[in-house]
Design a binder for this molecule. Structure first.
Ligand SMILES: C[S@@+](CC[C@H](N)C(=O)[O-])C[C@H]1O[C@@H](n2cnc3c(N)ncnc32)[C@H](O)[C@@H]1O
Length: 298
C-alpha cells in the first residue's frame, strides 16, 4: 500500500462516517481526489479498526505522562499531528519520510490556512522546501534505510521524555537489516520509549500469500514483510514486546457502542473475508520504560 492508497482509503472511511478527520482531505490534491472511488465496506472496516486501535494506544500512552514526544517514521500524509494538536501533553511531534513526500506535505500545509494555523509561528522551511521546522512540529526528509539517525533526530528531541514511535506501514518497505538498525537505535537512545509497528502479518498461509501476490502484481514489493519476532525487539534493547492482530483487537478493544455505530454505516456481506483480512494485519510493539512512565495494554 502506498501513501496515496493509505490516504484515499482513509478519505473513503471518513466520507462514510467511520472515522472523523477534517484534515485528510486537505492533503489530497485535486488530481488524486478525481481518482478517488469509495472503497468496499471490508476495506472501510479495516481502516476504521486500524485507526481506532492506533489512536487507542496513543491515548493510553498520553494518559501515562504529562509530557510526551511522538516520532512518526514513514508518516506519509498522516494527519495525527493535526488531530492531536490540541493535546498539550505532546511536547514535540516529529515526522520523517522521503523528501518527495515531505515536500508534497509541506506544499499542502502552506496552501491551507487550517493546517498552517495549527503550527507555531516560528515555522522555517528549508532544504529546497522539503524540511519544515517549528518549535513543536518537525517534518524531516530522509531515506530511513541509510539515515544517520543521531544527526536526523537528536537535535529535535529530549531523550528523557517518554517517546512514542509510530511505524505505520513503513518497516515492511525496507530490508530487515535496515529496520533492525532503526529499532536498535531507538532501544539505545531513549529511556522511556514505545515503538508501535502496524503492518501486514500472517504471510505464511494461503490468504497471506495471495495478498502478497496481488501487491506484487501492482508493483508493490515488501522486502521487510515477516512474521512477528519478539526477539527482534528484545535484541534491540526494548524490554517488553507483544503483538495483536486486528481481528483480536476488533473483538477485545473496540467498544460495543462503537461496533453498533459502524454496523449501521453500510451493509457488509463479506463477513468471513473481513475476518481473514483482519487476521492478516497486526499491531506489534516493543517498549522500554526505565522510569515506569509507559503503561499500555492491548
Ligand atoms: C503506506 S505509506 C504509510 C503512510 C502513513 N504511515 C500511514 O499509515 O498513513 C508508507 C510510507 O512510508 C514511507 N517510506 C517507505 N520507505 C521509506 C524509507 N526508506 N525512508 C523514509 N520513508 C519511507 C513512504 O514514503 C510512505 O509515505
Amino acid at each position: 500500500m502506498t501513501d496515496m492508497d493509505a490516504i484515499l482509503s482513509r478519505l473513503s472511511a471518513i466520507q462514510k462516517g467511520y472515522i472523523e478527520d477534517p484534515y485528510t482531505e486537505l492533503f489530497v490534491g485535486r488530481l488524486s481526489r478525481s481518482q478517488q472511488v469509495p472503497r468496499p465496506p471490508v476495506i472501510n472496516r479495516g481502516t476504521h479498526i486500524r485507526t481506532y486501535a492506533i489512536d487507542n494506544v496513543i491515548n493510553q500512552f498520553l494518559s501515562s505522562t504529562s509530557r510526551a514526544q511522538i516520532i512518526s517514521l514513514g508518516s506519509g500524509s498522516d494527519t495525527r499531528f493535526w488531530r492531536y494538536s490540541g493535546d498539550d501533553r505532546i511536547f514535540k511531534y516529529i515526522e520523517v519520510d522521503f523528501d518527495e513526500l515531505t515536500s508534497r506535505k509541506i506544499m499542502h500545509i502552506r496552501k491551507s490556512d487550517v493546517l498552517s494555523s495549527k503550527l507555531d509561528e516560528d515555522v522555517v522551511i528549508e532544504a529546497g522546501g522539503s524540511r519544515l521546522l517549528s518549535n513543536r512540529y518537525k517534518l524531516l526528509p530522509t531515506d530511513l534505510r541509510t539515515a544517520d539517525l543521531n544527526a536526523l533526530i537528536n537535535p529535535h528531541v529530549n531523550h528523557d521524555i517518554p517517546t512514542l514511535v509510530l511505524c505505520e506501514c513503513v518497516l515492511v518497505y525496507m530490508p530487515q537489516d535496515a529496520s533492525n538498525r532503526i529499532l536498535r537505535w531507538l532501544g539505545q537512545s531513549f529511556n522511556d520509549v514505545l515503538v508501535l509497528v502496524y503492518e501486514m502479518t500472517g504471510i505464511d498461509d494461503k490468504f497471506g500469500q495471495t495478498m502478497l501476490r496481488n501487491l506484487k502484481a501492482r508493483g508493490v514489493e515488501l522486502p521487510g514483510v515477516s512474521t512477528y519476532d519478539k526477539d527482534k525487539y528484545i535484541e534491540a534493547g526494548l524490554t517488553k514486546s507483544d503483538t495483536r492482530d486486528l481481528e483480536y483487537i476488533r473483538n477485545t478493544l473496540v467498544s460495543t457502542k462503537e461496533k453498533e455505530r459502524i454496523s449501521k454505516l453500510e451493509i457488509l456481506d463479506e463477513i468471513e473475508e473481513l475476518s481473514l483480512i483482519l487476521q492478516h494485519y497486526s499491531i506489534s510493539w516493543g517498549m522500554k520504560s526505565i522510569n515506569n512512565t509507559i503503561n499500555v495494554h492491548l
